[in-house]
Design a protein around this ligand. Structure first.
Ligand SMILES: [Zn+2]
Length: 119
């Protein structure tokens, strides 16, 4: 029973990290494993990391995802490319927080169950 709870907690941490990473425009698969291996540390790492930007096709510098003009070379991003990711990241930003709170509640409950089982 205890082993199942620990296992569930680790999986939830991985999923939460993947969701936050996805919302920040980062690799969700990679962050899933970071969450699995590092648990809370992984979660803090992805929470602290800034949002990943987009690469300028002209100068290869990274600019903010919402940017319409490159701050390095002045390249103007086509509206058709910069608009869809902006709306998709906006909706993705709202989902992780809900999942994060839900996951944290589950983790806290799991910790309480673990505590009472160990008594
Ligand atoms: Zn540029």
């Amino acid at each position: 029973m205890l082993e199942i709870l620990i296992f569930l907690e680790i999986i939830i941490m991985g999923i939460v990290c993947a969701i936050i990473a996805n919302g920040k425009g980062r690799n969700p698969t990679g962050w899933f494993f970071v969450g699995l291996l590092l648990n809370l540390i992984g979660l803090i790492m992805i929470a602290v990391l800034p949002r990943a930007g987009k690469k300028c096709p002209k100068c290869a510098e990274t600019v903010l995802q919402e940017a319409q003009k490159c701050r390095f070379c002045g390249y103007e991003f086509p509206a058709s490319i910069s608009n869809p990711p902006a709306t998709s990241t906006k909706t993705l930003d709202q989902i992780p927080l809900k999942y994060l709170i839900a996951a944290l509640v589950i983790i806290i409950i799991a910790k309480f169950i673990k505590y009472y089982l160990s008594k």
